[in-house]
Structure formats: C-alpha cells, structure tokens
Design a protein around this ligand. Structure first.
Ligand SMILES: Nc1ncnc2c1ncn2[C@@H]1O[C@H](COP(=O)(O)OP(=O)(O)O)[C@@H](O)[C@H]1O
Ligand SMILES: [Mg+2]
Length: 362
C-alpha cells in the first residue's frame, strides 16, 4: 500500500504569519478596546497580550481628540487612513514615531472592528525622515549657496586687483599686504567652492553598489589612516541602483572620512550593504531599496551637535567646515534617497538609503 503523504496544515499559516511579522498589528472593537495584538506589538508595549487585551486604547497610548475622531471616522465610514511619521506617546512615557495604517475589518457576525498596523521608526531615524527638518536643511543649504554665489564673483575681482596692485608697488615690503589679500581671497574661494558643491547635473546610470563601496575603501586605504581597520560585510545580491556613481562615492567618502577623523585614525570601520523592502522615503514607499552602512567604534557624535549635523557649517572639529554631511545629504536626496544616523559612544552608524527603481517600473 502506498504511504499517504500528510497534507500540510494550512489553517495555522495566517496565525504564524501574524506572529512573525515585524509590523505591529492590533485589532480594536467599536469601543476602541484591544481585541488582538501580535508579538511585535507586545514587544513595542513591553507587555504580554494577556496583560494588554481588553484595555481601552487610552490605556495604551496617550491619545488626543484628533486621533480618536480619526479612528471613529474610520469605523463609521470604513475609509482607511494612512499616517506617516505619527508621533505616539506610549503610556510608559516613551515617545515613538510610527508609520500607521488604520482600516476596518468586518467580523463574521457583522461587527466592524478597527485594524491598526504600525511600523515604528526609531528615534534617530526621525531626525532625517522628519520632513520639516529635511526642508529646513534644504532651505539653509540654499541660503548658504545664494550667499556663496554673491561672494564668489567679487572675490575674483578682489584677487585680480590685488595682483595688479602688487606689480605697481614701489616698495617690496608693502607686498606683505597684497599677499594677505590674495591668500585670504584664495581661502574664501576654496570655502565658497565647497559650499557651492559640484556644479553639474547628476549623470545617472545603473550602478553597482558594491563596486562603489569598494572604490571608497581603496581611496581611504590610499589615504593611509594607519590605525584604521576596514571590515567588509556585503550583500552581493543587491540589484544595480540608478545613481551618479561619482556623487555616491563622494557621499560615502565624506562619511567614512568623518569616521576616520572622529577616531583619530585608530579604530574599526565596517562597510555594510543590505537590501531593504518596503521603505518609505518622504512620501513614497519603495518596494526595494539599497542601504549602505558605515559603522565605526569611535566616540560617537558630540551630544551638542547631534541633532544638527546635516545642516551646513555645523562641525565638532576645530578645523572642520561642517559641509561634508550637508553635501552628502544633498547629493543623496537628489537621487530620491536619504542619509540617517544613529550614534552612541562606541558605535556610530551612518546609513545611506537609495531606492532601487527597476527599469520596468520607471
Ligand atoms: N562617525 C562620526 N563620529 C563622531 N562624530 C562624527 C562622525 N561623523 C560626523 N561627526 C560629527 O559631525 C560633524 C559634522 O561633519 P561634517 O558635516 O562632515 O563636517 P566636518 O567634518 O567638516 O566637521 C563633525 O565635525 C563631527 O563632529
Ligand atoms: Mg567631514
């Protein structure tokens, strides 16, 4: 007799999926009492489902009237709502930021229930995904660029005039003064050029992330930061990204150089690449994205400037210009990506996230 193959049990698959999701899934009844929470939710609230079930929503998170009205409206109209970067205060006095989708679920016996899906965004991510802040950074950059433009032209004239004057000077010792003008004009010119950044449009092409990161690695090795060890942790399966390779290299290089400087050329830098799914950048969600992490074990970003490092002219170093990260951020934003950062003493991670648009999608 043939052995009968056991039929796989299908019924527990939805349950198992719910339980292994990284997203928080919660179900509320019409009175906004918790009916279900998955393990990701238990982790977020740091309590077991048994403890949480039946609690009114107001016992889980601090809700304001607007949120309650919005939730009631979903129940009444069955129109789902999506909210990016919603700030929620958990009752343990912990503020979190989440992307959330609220929709309704029709129960078998006709009851409408509220389905809440949430993806927490961690605190530091907030700094760079906060749209207000991104816009502020952009405005500051534009302001500074405008100023740099204004300074650039007369600077050339100034330098030229000082050179002419130098030739006319009857007395050699007076040249000291024209030299000061020329030297300072050159210094300003350099700064102005840095602020203005690359003055060409990005030349976008299908680019292999791994090759670019390797290029950065060899450039850094050539700079001979003697005490620095560079480790590699690459995901070889990342599809090509549509980006200007030179600008990507420039951005990663700025970040890696900062790490070398922060560690006084003594420490470990890890270059890591990963593929991400369903990433929200600004208003858009991308099915696939590439992430490049630059991790160092240095002292971490000074607390005083932590929130502002992506603004131009913000520096923690005496000889710094404060332009490296601002330029990197602007280059990456031009490609629809973002840079974010997480830092504590002993571990700083800068991540570049770039959407992968497959040609067929475009
Ligand atoms: N990996 C890092 N570890 C510690 N601090 C960092 C790191 N990267 C950047 N910083 C801090 O951020 C500041 C801004 O960096 P950046 O914009 O490149 O300007 P600059 O390097 O000219 O100071 C640095 O001066 C430094 O204080
Ligand atoms: Mg720098």
């Amino acid at each position: 007799m043939n052995a009968v193959k056991p039929i796989p049990l299908m019924t527990d698959i939805p349950q198992r999926i719910l339980e292994s999701l990284h997203s928080v899934v919660m179900l509320f009844d019409r009175e906004l009492r918790l009916r279900y929470i998955n393990p990701a939710g238990e982790m977020l609230f740091e309590a077991s489902a048994r403890h949480l079930l039946d609690s009114p929503i107001a016992e889980l998170i601090q809700v304001d009237d607007n949120l309650i009205t919005a939730l009631q409206e979903v129940i009444d109209t069955a129109h789902p709502f999506t909210k990016h970067e919603q700030k929620l205060m958990l009752l343990a006095q912990r503020e979190i930021t989440v992307d959330m989708v609220v929709s309704t679920l029709q129960e078998a016996h006709g009851q409408t229930e509220l389905l809440v899906e949430m993806n927490p965004i961690n605190r530091l991510l907030q700094i760079t995904r906060d749209e207000n802040l991104v816009n502020q950074q952009k405005t500051t950059r534009e302001l500074l660029r405008g100023l740099a433009h204004e300074v650039k032209n007369p600077l050339g004239g100034l330098r030229g005039a000082a050179q002419l004057l130098e030739k006319e000077l009857p007395n050699e010792t007076l040249k000291e003064y024209t030299n000061v003008i020329i030297r300072e004009a050159d210094r300003l010119q350099k700064l102005v050029n840095q602020i203005l950044g690359p003055n060409r449009m990005p030349k976008v092409k299908a680019t292999n992330i791994l090759e670019m990161v390797e290029r950065v690695r060899s450039l850094i090795l050539a700079e001979k930061h003697h005490g620095i060890t560079i480790k590699r942790d690459y995901d070889p399966s990342i599809p090509d990204v549509e980006i200007d390779p030179d600008q990507l290299i420039q951005s990663v290089l700025n970040i890696v150089r900062n790490a070398c400087q922060a560690m006084n050329d003594d420490g470990v830098i890890t270059l890591r690449t990963r593929i991400l799914r369903n990433q929200t950048i600004g208003q858009e969600t991308h099915r696939l994205a590439a992430r490049i992490d630059v991790i160092d074990n240095g002292p971490g970003i000074p607390e005083k400037i932590k929130e502002n490092i992506f603004f131009p002219m913000i520096t923690g170093r005496a000889e710094g210009s404060g332009l490296g990260l601002s330029i990197a951020q602007s280059l990456i934003q031009q490609h629809g990506g973002l840079i974010e950062c997480e830092s504590e003493p002993g571990k700083t991670v800068f991540s570049i996230i770039l959407p992968i648009t497959r040609r067929t999608d475009a």
